[in-house]
Design a binder for this molecule. Structure first.
Ligand code: AMP
Length: 308
């Protein structure tokens, strides 16, 4: 069993979907990643920052799941990062209505001593400069570095983001972001170009159309489980990343074949996350439910065709 270090935003989110609205609830990349990875009982830690407005009960939620929070800085007179988004009727696209970086604007991350030798480093969405600093603080080179990012950082910090991309093994990115980053419309061409930027593995997430894993000319496809109802897609990408990196950390196997399994586990957990607002569904999720849905995934994709 490997150790997992997670860096990413910890936030308050205000979300509007065609089905309802929330005021400030727990959001940010790191909570989704941490909650998803906790399904694998890995030893994990979050490096992030919040303000003094951040409720203790949310921090307790992490410690209850054995997620080390000593790397979450609490700023006495600061306000927690805030993000507000509104989904369109098809739930496939959304508008960011507000991004208040607050304490995230000048955050100097400090990696806890006991995680400077983490096996897997999961760089969740936040400033590329913070992601770089975390890579630099590792005393032992992680066996795998996974990066998740978004168009916001491509727009305002592309140069630093490219520096991060050059140092990671895996990048997980959605289809539109892959197109923006590569300047290619075809996702196959986009992945090829992104390989040349550094990552040996490129995962392109296509929302309800699943995810593609590219490695050395091979492509693996994992569907998303067709759900009757999608309630709120917020954090699906982060949950995928948490499932992916948590599974790799648990198995301590860095082969392409195991990455395929990790993509399935990521997709499986993401399918739960979209069923309720924010991380509500992940908070109550049981191992039995996860297992049951994995078997559905298996029968969805397995076929025995005679090649004659
Ligand atoms: P996803 O739906 O996977 O793209 O992730 C949504 C989460 O990303 C929300 O909980 C937000 O708080 C967080 N988020 C939105 N914008 C940013 C940003 N610029 N940097 C870091 N996290 C962000």
């Amino acid at each position: 069993m490997g150790k997992l270090l997670i860096v990413g935003s910890v936030a308050f989110d205000a979300i509007e979907t065609p089905f309802g609205k929330t005021d400030k609830i727990l959001g940010g990349a790191a909570p989704f990643i941490g909650l998803a990875a906790s399904q694998f009982n890995v030893e994990s830690a979050i490096v992030s920052i919040v303000g003094n407005d951040f409720p203790q009960e949310y921090l307790d939620l992490f410690t209850d799941r054995n997620i080390d929070i000593s790397g979450i800085e609490v700023v006495k007179d600061g306000k927690t990062f805030f993000w507000k988004g509104k989904y369109h009727n098809d739930l496939n696209s959304r508008d960011t209505l507000e991004t208040q970086l607050n304490v995230l604007a000048d955050f100097n991350p400090i990696v806890p001593k006991s995680f400077k030798d983490a096996d897997v480093l999961m760089l969740g969405n936040l400033n590329p400069s913070v992601q770089l600093s975390v890579i630099d603080q590792m005393e032992v080179k992680p066996k795998l570095i996974v990066l998740d990012t978004m168009n916001f950082w491509m727009d305002i910090a592309l140069e630093e983001l490219m520096e991060v991309i050059a140092k990671v093994d895996v990048i997980t990115i959605n289809d539109e972001e892959a197109r923006q980053l590569s300047g290619e419309y075809s996702l196959v061409k986009a992945a090829k170009k992104i390989h040349t930027m550094g990552p040996k593995y490129v995962v392109i997430k296509k929302g309800e159309h699943g995810a593609l894993l590219f490695h050395k000319g091979s492509i693996f496809f994992a569907p998303a489980l067709p759900l009757e109802e999608v309630f709120d897609p917020t954090g699906a990408g982060d949950t995928f990343a948490g499932g992916f990196s948590g599974y790799i950390a648990k198995t301590d196997d860095y082969s392409f074949d195991n990455m395929k399994n990790a993509v399935i586990h990521g997709s499986n957990l993401a399918s739960f996350n979209v069923e309720k607002f924010g991380s509500e569904r992940l908070q109550e999720l049981t191992k039995e439910e996860v297992y049951k849905r994995l078997t559905q995934f298996k029968s969805l994709t397995q076929f025995d065709i005679k090649l004659t």
